[in-house]
Write a new protein. Structure first.
Length: 278
């Protein structure tokens, strides 16, 4: 992998953890998500004249990924509402590749190597360690929502990766996807509580600008990197966002980050790398 691609993907990972942290800053995660998507849709609208209109063969995949991205947002917001950032973020990111492996086994008859088996065990162990960081207390609803969020992540990752590699038109796909996705999410958040949404837009404009810029840049970089280097390697590096998330949960939200949570984040990351590189 070229050195510039390597560092670009690491930057994308840090940006991804950053915009997720901004969603958690607002007391209403759905409102914060809506603010971020307002900024994204506006930027994408400005860029539309500079990219090609998506070809006909891209539209089924574009429509499909819009549904998957929306489902991801719905469950991510529910997870952040019910759990803390330091727990939800690693589980959501860590469980996605596991779902991809299971889908490959069940629907495509894929065979696992020893390294892949070890990777699955590492991720499962890491999630278990993270989920039980509060001894004696039952798992929260945030944990279960985070696991399901991983399903949506697996879905849009497979669809988007296929689209940019098999159909092409990277910039067209990214701009139109962000524009339409942003519009859908904005309407969703506005309908949830119109008054709070408008007030929050004026009071928390930094969330909209900062989160929107980080989200858009992160995913654009990631999809670009997938056209420059093997998808497996790019995806493995991007999951270092789990470790960036662990740092943010401590310094931004003052969440307790004991030894077990550090270990769990490292174990999840190790498993993800093995899955992608095996």
């Amino acid at each position: 992998m070229p050195l510039e691609v390597f560092f670009a993907v690491l930057l994308a990972a840090a940006l991804h953890a950053g915009w997720n942290a901004l969603v958690k800053i607002n007391t209403e995660p759905i409102i914060a998500m809506g603010l971020i998507m307002v900024c994204i849709s506006i930027v994408a609208l400005v860029l539309i004249p500079f990219v090609d209109f998506p070809p006909a063969q891209m539209w089924p995949w574009l429509i499909g990924t819009l549904g998957l991205h929306f489902g991801y947002k719905v469950f991510l917001v529910k997870a952040y509402t019910q759990g803390d950032f330091g727990q939800v973020y690693p589980i959501a990111r860590g469980s996605g590749p596991v779902w991809v492996l299971l889908a490959s086994l069940v629907f495509f008859g894929a065979e696992f190597t020893r390294i892949q088996i070890v990777a699955v065990l590492l991720i499962t162990s890491g999630v278990a360690i993270l989920a039980r960081f509060k001894r004696g207390k039952p798992l929260t609803a945030g944990f279960y929502y985070a696991v399901v969020t991983g399903l949506w992540i697996a879905g849009y990752t497979m669809v988007d990766g296929y689209t940019v590699n098999q159909i092409g038109h990277l910039n067209s796909f990214v701009v139109w996807m962000f524009f339409l996705d942003g519009m859908i999410a904005t309407v969703w958040a506005y309908r949830y509580n119109p008054k709070v949404f408008v007030v929050s837009l004026t009071q928390h404009w930094f969330v909209a600008i900062g989160g929107g810029a980080m989200s858009m840049a992160s995913y654009w970089i990631c999809l670009w990197a997938m056209t420059q280097a093997p998808v497996a390697i790019v995806a493995a590096l991007r999951e270092t966002s789990v470790l960036f998330g662990a740092l943010l949960s401590t310094y931004m939200f003052k969440e307790t980050l004991g030894r077990s949570r550090w270990i769990s984040a490292a174990v999840i990351c190790s498993g993800l790398v093995l899955i992608k590189l095996a």
